[in-house]
Design a protein around this ligand. Structure first.
Ligand SMILES: NC(=O)c1ccc[n+]([C@@H]2O[C@H](COP(=O)([O-])OP(=O)(O)OC[C@H]3O[C@@H](n4cnc5c(N)ncnc54)[C@H](OP(=O)(O)O)[C@@H]3O)[C@@H](O)[C@H]2O)c1
Length: 297
């Protein structure tokens, strides 16, 4: 049976990047829909749910994307309401690549910091620069769920506080704090991990500020467009040692992001009830990282 992926996008054009990855990940047929909204998604979901039946439902899946994250979340909620009992298809949610990118950043950090040990993770402090964007919010959420103390940094205290509130609404025990760029040196003082998730081509951290964050063991810059988000990091850096720390650039993290994205699309077609949001995509990435770390026979 042919694997059919409905690519639903809230933007006026469905994202070509997501389409290419879908084909590379083995989708035989791609049905692309733009301007998807909570008002029109029910009919699209019905088309996926009711055409094939029983075990064949696993051969139809939905990829949900787009740059307006709240709109993507609203569409995702509506899709969930549309499914009932076993009459459902698997869904991957990745607005503007935020979930796969944030998951890849967390996996990079976990190579150097004890993120998987809850006791140790709780002692770690993470700073997410550009923490109010789609990628920064997801990185903050994933790190807070692992028990880290997370500071989301923004130019606006209100925006940062709103993003922290969204995380604690989902994870009430999360330790997330709003910080502003004015107070950046204060939060950097005792940071173990810094992720820069600011807009493309915007410098968020100078070389001097980075050098002064002496406790930090991992710096990750997700911006691939010059100038760097963290000055001194090259886009291709992948665990490049720099004093006590290691440095990652956008391309150094991007390989893992691509692996997660492809593996997630492949896994959509293994059952009809997968729901792959940021947390599940991180789990997929962690499994991939663990299998990469296995010695070859
Ligand atoms: N490697 C990959 O595979 C991959 C995939 C997707 C995205 N990315 C990259 O990841 C980064 C984050 O993506 P995104 O979509 O979440 O970013 P975004 O929404 O464009 O920007 C993130 C945050 O940056 C801050 N910002 C915007 N303009 C600024 C300025 N002039 N000065 C200081 N701060 C500014 C804003 O926060 P405040 O207004 O609250 O300060 C904004 O919420 C981008 O660099 C993107 O290119 C990489």
């Amino acid at each position: 049976m042919k694997k059919i992926l409905l690519q639903l996008d809230v933007d006026p054009q469905p994202c070509p990047f997501d389409a290419v990855v879908a084909v590379d990940a083995g989708a035989d047929v791609l049905l692309r829909h733009a301007n998807v909204s909570p008002a029109n998604v029910t009919a699209l979901a019905h088309g996926a749910m009711f055409t094939r039946g029983g075990a064949d439902l696993a051969s139809t899946a939905i990829f949900l994307g787009g740059s307006d994250v709240p709109q993507v979340e609203a569409v995702a909620n509506q899709i969930q309401k549309t499914f009932f009992g076993p009459v459902r298809v698997s869904v991957m949610v990745d607005p503007a690549g935020a979930n796969t990118t944030a998951a890849a950043a967390v996996i990079a950090a976990a190579r150097h910091l004890p993120l998987t040990s809850p006791g140790e993770a709780a002692t770690l402090k993470a700073v997410v620069l550009g923490g109010t964007g789609p990628v920064g919010q997801r990185a903050g959420r994933l790190l807070a769920r692992k028990g880290l103390q997370v500071s989301l940094v923004s130019r606006s205290k209100e925006r940062a506080a709103g993003c922290c509130a969204a995380i604690t609404a989902q994870y009430p025990d999360a330790s997330v704090h709003a910080a502003t760029t004015d107070a950046i040196e204060q939060v950097l003082n005792d940071a173990d991990l810094v992720i820069a998730a600011g807009a493309a081509g915007v410098e968020l951290l100078s070389e001097r500020q980075r050098q002064r964050a002496t406790r930090c063991r991992v710096f990750i810059d997700l911006n691939a467009v010059p100038p760097a988000g963290i000055t001194g990091i090259e886009a291709t850096d992948k665990a490049r040692p720099d004093g006590q720390a290691v440095l990652y650039g956008a391309l150094g993290v991007g390989g893992t992001k691509m692996k997660i994205h492809r593996a997630a699309v492949e896994s959509l077609f293994t059952a009809n009830d997968h729901w792959l949001d940021a947390e599940e995509l991180l789990t997929i990435g962690e499994l991939l990282a663990a299998s990469d770390a296995q010695p070859t026979q």
